[in-house]
Design a protein around this ligand. Structure first.
Ligand code: G6P
Length: 612
């Protein structure tokens, strides 16, 4: 949530920052801005709207500078507007700051500053913190770094902040707690950003800043300190990411690129871990902790959004294969509801970004209680990956479209392999079923490819229903969470109201919505409940609802009941969600684009939710 970029070195800072902001726009895009510092003059430019609008605003402006900071915002305190956009300037005009996060006790600090005669030009918590820092600096006659350290001791909440100062021509001061910060190390230059995407073009050597750390960054120097003013040796890691992975590569949107990448991202996820011929699954995070996981009294899965849906699928699979009780929790509920977590409990945290604030805090809490944390994360080196005791990356590569697609199928692949590995060790799955499921998983990339070949069929279906005001998504068993995910995808990127339901539960409420205008999407692939779902279709048809069904090739019953249908290859019911979700992703994409929506940046959403 909110993207931040900083540069200090010998290049022109503005083009580096602008490009970086475009790469980070998935984190928030209601306004953006830059602050540039040249020869003791601090210039701040900001604009409501997407980064492209800032770019236009900047034409003809003074942009020469070799140090600067930039921000793309997802509003928390104060509506999206020019004046609430970052960077903010301090009362004296000598400091400029950008911030990602929330200062929870800002109201109290603001009151103190108001009492001292400060006035504010925005509604943001950021401007309050900035003036608080300036006030401390003035009163204590200390350096900016010292003032920042004192201020942060008073502050509660989450932040990643970058500060520049008029009288300090080449230095960026940064601090982090709860919101991510990566520093790229170049030759005589440094890059700072919320994630590595603005950096990889220039250097692959990076330092991930940890919570409660401050960085003093100059072209030739990176000093890392903790909040107690002790120096820390920066730990440099090499990025394993290529520039092409964060570019559209000829596709109209990142979302469709990411949907079409799934055969290869799923393959990458399985590669080196699954060998059906040898009948083995090798996952070091599981293998090294097998006793802990296998003997857990219960497993709790904690996640948000699409990742939570992956957790629901995992609940069904783990209980079926491993016979371990599983609970799936929304991280935002888990962290506040005083859940019972005991030593030895296993928590599986699922997160694409690895930075979701609610998930992160929930894990910290569970860890304090002695739980063992297993992270299923996509972003390498992210906070959740680092806080976990063990884990498995999904290897889906950078996901930039706000609506999660390839990360979801990667999560499912990892969770399925995990369940199979645990079940084998525990002896709760027969050799025959284990071998069959391994084979089925191995065939997924090929089957996903076959689905994508027919994507145009879904485009036609999308055209037909794009003006509907509501949609219902229904599924049973392993495909019930897929119905939830299908509804979420459609809501996110087409703004059509959609609900997902277990198909049978539909009779207890949603059926009242059915009329000849309502499209009802059934996930009705071959599984033991197929006849039941066919009955549910009949119930909708009898009430004149429009039926769109996702079926298995060769199904002779569902086409006759459906207004439209899309076939997928035959697949075991346990593995099916990895495939059944793909047509739903495509349907949403095509409805969204047919309605002219910017599907990569739908209104109000952000990809990485680093505030509660
Ligand atoms: C946001 C994104 C979703 C994502 C959710 C959880 O809402 O828009 O796509 O599923 O956060 O994020 P995580 O990174 O923890 O999976």
């Amino acid at each position: 949530m909110c993207g931040i970029v900083g540069y200090t070195g010998t290049r022109q800072a503005y083009p580096v920052i602008l490009k970086g902001l475009k790469r980070l726009e998935y984190r928030g895009y209601d306004s953006s801005g830059v602050a540039l510092l040249k020869e003791g003059k601090l210039k701040v430019y900001k604009k409501k709207g997407k980064v492209a609008e800032l770019e236009e605003e900047m034409i003809g402006k003074e942009i020469e500078a070799t140090i600067g900071i930039g921000h793309t915002r997802w509003a928390t305190h104060g509506e999206p507007s020019d004046r609430n956009a970052h960077p903010h300037s301090s009362a004296s005009g000598k400091l400029a700051m950008i911030h990602n996060g929330i200062i929870e006790n800002y109201a109290q600090i603001k009151q103190e500053l108001l009492n001292k005669g400060y006035t504010f030009t925005s509604d943001t918590d950021t401007e309050v913190l900035l003036n608080f820092i300036e006030d401390i600096k003035k009163n204590n006659d200390c350096s900016l770094e010292e003032a920042l350290r004192i201020a942060l001791k008073r502050v509660s909440g989450a932040y990643c902040i970058l500060l520049i100062e008029q009288d300090n021509p080449d230095t960026i001061i940064a601090a982090r707690k709860g919101s991510p910060l990566v520093i790229g190390i170049g030759k005589g230059e440094h890059f700072l950003a919320s994630d590595a995407s603005p950096i990889i073009e220039y250097t692959k050597e990076v330092v991930y800043v940890n919570d409660y750390e401050l960085a003093i960054v100059r072209p030739d120097e990176l000093i890392l300190k903790n909040i107690g003013n002790e120096k820390i040796t920066p730990y440099i890691t090499k990025l394993d990411m290529e520039l092409a992975a964060i570019e559209k590569g000829g596709y109209d949107h990142f979302m469709i690129k990411e949907i079409f990448e799934q055969p290869s991202t799923i393959y990458d996820c399985l590669r080196g871990r699954l060998d059906a011929k040898e009948s083995i699954i090798k996952m070091s995070g599981i293998d090294q902790n097998i006793d802990q996981i296998m003997n857990a009294n219960r497993i709790m899965i904690v996640a948000c959004g699409t990742s939570w849906h992956a957790g629901l699928v995992a609940e069904y699979i783990i209980e079926e294969l491993c016979r371990i009780p599983v609970e799936v929790e929304y991280a935002s509920e888990f962290r506040y509801r005083n859940p019972i977590v005991n030593k030895g409990d296993v928590i599986i945290a699922i997160s694409q970004s690895g930075e979701t604030a609610d998930t992160l805090v929930a894990l910290e809490k569970a860890k304090e209680n002695g739980a063992f944390i297993f992270g299923v994360v996509n972003a390498v080196g992210s906070s959740i990956a680092r806080i976990s005791n063990a884990g498995a990356y999904t290897h889906a590569g950078p996901e930039i479209g706000v609506a999660s697609t390839k990360a979801f199928t990667g999560q499912l692949a990892v969770l399925m392999m995990m369940a199979l590995a645990i079940a084998k060790q525990k002896g709760t799955v027969s050799k025959e079923r284990y071998d069959h499921l391994l084979l089925e998983l191995e065939q997924i990339p090929e089957k996903a490819e076959a689905i994508l070949k027919n994507a145009k069929e879904l485009k036609k279906i999308a055209e037909k229903y794009k003006n509907a005001s509501d949609f219902l998504f229904l599924g049973r068993g392993y495909n019930f969470p897929v119905a939830l995910e299908g509804a979420l995808k459609l809501k996110e990127i087409s703004y059509i109201h959609a609900e997902g339901y277990p198909a049978a539960e539909m009779k207890h409420g949603p059926i009242a919505l059915v009329d000849d205008q309502l499209p009802v999407v059934f996930i009705a692939t071959n599984d033991p409940y197929h006849e039941k779902i066919v009955s549910n279709m009949q119930e909708i048809k009898a009430r004149k609802g429009k039926i769109i069904s996702i079926i298995t090739e060769g199904d002779t019953v569902c086409p006759g009941l459906s207004d439209d249908y899309f076939s997928i290859p035959l697949v075991d019911e346990l593995i099916a969600p990895i495939l059944t979700v793909i047509p739903l992703q495509l349907l949403s994409y095509y409805v969204g684009t047919a309605k002219g929506i910017d599907v990569d940046k739908p209104r109000n959403l952000a990809k990485s939710v680093t505030v509660e």
